[in-house]
Unconditional design. Structure first.
Length: 224
């Protein structure tokens, strides 16, 4: 059984904690130590039965623990992962027992696959990717690091998602489409043509409505 720390005590962090606890009920795999969050006002509080132990600096007190970054925003998640590396963080890959990963698929470290998610034939998923409830990555998909797929997302065959793409709930991306790094796909969108990096696309069919400004991720927070 491995020690586990969850980075980020927001809504998704509590979802991941519940997922780990549920999985432990089937096969006790993780000793869930608590949350780390840089919001000092939360330190010492309890959420979902787990204590918020402190900020990232607390990592040095748990040299044997593995970590999972539970912040939904891809850019902020990347920033936290990079900062945590300075404290010697080692990463867990969390896969709920109802998730399906085909033998020919590959999953990077630090990924979180929630209940009833799927990664199918010959798909390749990068590091620190979040795949939420009932979302699927189709055959030959290429998903970059720090991507977030919200619930009920359909990534069909041969789709390419660049680093840090965020896909809203219920969106579908049709076969062979490419979405550039840090683009945002709105909830319920149907993406039928390529989407450029750092843009926001919404609607059925999806269209780009604005450009985003690259930004540096901030500290983890319960608001994330």
């Amino acid at each position: 059984m491995s020690e586990l720390l969850l980075l980020g005590a927001g809504g998704f962090g509590r979802e991941v904690a519940a997922m780990v606890q549920h999985t432990n009920g089937v096969a006790h795999t993780w000793d869930l130590l608590g949350f780390l969050d840089d919001n000092a006002a939360l330190h010492g509080r309890t959420m979902g039965g787990l204590t918020i132990l402190g900020g990232l600096e607390v990592l040095s007190a748990y040299p044997d623990a593995l970590c999972a970054c539970c912040v939904a925003d891809p850019a902020v998640r990347k920033s936290i992962v990079e900062r945590a590396a300075g404290f010697g963080a080692k990463w867990a890959t969390l896969v709920h027992h109802t998730a399906v990963i085909m033998h020919s698929a590959t999953i990077g470290e630090g990924c979180i696959l929630q209940p009833f998610s799927a990664v199918t034939a010959d798909a390749c998923v990068g590091e620190h990717v979040h795949v939420n409830y009932h979302s699927a990555i189709g055959h030959d998909g290429r998903v970059g690091d720090y991507v977030t797929l919200s619930s009920y997302v359909d990534i069909t065959g041969k789709v390419t998602l660049g680093e840090g793409v965020f896909v809203g709930s219920g969106a579908s991306i049709l076969p062979g489409i490419s979405v550039g790094s840090y683009a945002v796909i709105g909830g319920g969108a149907l993406v039928h043509r390529d989407v450029a990096a750092w843009t926001v696309a919404v609607g059925v069919p999806a269209r780009v409505i604005k450009e985003r400004q690259p930004h540096k991720g901030g500290p983890s927070s319960a608001a994330e």
